[in-house]
Design a protein around this ligand. Sequence first.
Ligand code: NAD
Length: 266
Amino acid sequence: MTIDLKGQTAIITGSSTGLGRACAIGLAREGMNVVINYHSSDKEAKEVRREIEAAGGRAIAVQADVSKEEEVIKLFEACHEEYGHLDLLVANAGLQADAAFTEMTLEQWNRVISVDLTGQFLCCREAARIFRRQGVHEHSSAAGKIICMSSVHDEIAWAGHVNYAAAKGGVKMMMESMAQELAGDKIRINSISPGAIRTEINRAAWEGEDAMNELLKLIPYGRIGEAEDVANLCTFLASDASDYITGATIYIDGGMMLYPGFRFGG
Ligand code: NAD
């Protein structure tokens, strides 16, 4: 298997931190030009850019709120101005606003749906329009690729996080329906659905021994995931090595989807 992404370009949303950051660095390592999208502070985005450039890669950092249509359009325009081409979107930006269901405010519901679901819709639509216009070209077998960052909670119900689970469940069907509609245009669309990966979004779940021991009860493989685990899968799905995969949700979770409570029999 060869992974050759040289000369291709990717936009990774929410890539100044966490999984997006690791995906951007991983894709740049394989030769991709990257657009690091960040929401508010450019400090971490600039650090990611510096890290990529120090390793000989090419990157720009662009501010945009993925839940705002006009900002998403500007993000894709900035990519076009810099690189003139787009091959991959990693729709990764996301957040949580947790609350017991009966306490959840409309603001908390809307905030999560507007970033985690509508934000992915806006970015995917923009990317698909560009891929259709561009068609297949010399660097890749596909006209374009989209990777949606979903979650095991597109399948596993999650008390206290109804807005987040609803958004990720929505991403699953959005991704599959887009993949079905756009496969004829040679656009490949897949989801990565992580379990517990060590980032800021879930710090409370892994920081400290007690929290980690509780978490590990849910993970048969016996360790928390690292951002690089997800970045490796992202690189594979971006490359022609996965050219026959579209409409797939790949769970990367150390076995969290395997009903871990049953692993001791009974
Ligand atoms: P993170 O908090 O480090 O990353 C989320 C990023 O999204 C941040 O950089 C944040 O600034 C950005 N963002 C938030 N709102 C935005 C907006 N409106 N516009 C643009 N960017 C915005 O956490 P992470 O774990 O790296 O999360 C990345 C993705 O992975 C999310 O979609 C999350 O739901 C998903 N995920 C993470 C885990 C995990 O265990 N870490 C598990 C399942 C799914």
